[in-house]
Design a protein around this ligand. Structure first.
Ligand code: ZN
Length: 104
């Protein structure tokens, strides 16, 4: 592990700060791409990092949309069944649900 701030051009150019030993060092992973004149390993490839961030954002958006949808259905279900007795709950019909959905 080198302590100098001079980057070794044959290694991945990413400078890493290690929280465990409080020193920073150059990434020692194998170089796989050259981006903008700098060498990077697979995980520090700026394109890879961008793609990963995008994928994470999309996954997050999907999860939120799913959660919102579930939340809305729960509100509709509660409105549709509010104040009903057990017998009435057993008699909940698709028509009743459709009516509640329209009013929601
Ligand atoms: Zn690296």
């Amino acid at each position: 592990m080198q302590r100098s701030k001079t980057l070794n051009p044959d290694q991945c150019q990413k400078w890493i700060f290690s929280f465990s030993d409080f020193i920073s060092h150059q990434c020692t992973r194998r170089v796989v791409v050259n981006y903008d004149g700098f060498n990077y390993c697979k995980i520090h490839d700026p394109e890879y990092i961008k793609a990963k961030g995008k994928a994470r954002q999309e996954k997050w958006d999907r999860e939120w949309a799913e959660r919102r949808k579930r939340g809305n259905l729960e509100v509709v279900r509660r409105k549709a069944t509010a104040g009903l007795t057990l017998d009435e709950l057993n008699a909940v019909t698709p028509d009743l649900i459709r009516k509640a959905l329209k009013e929601a």
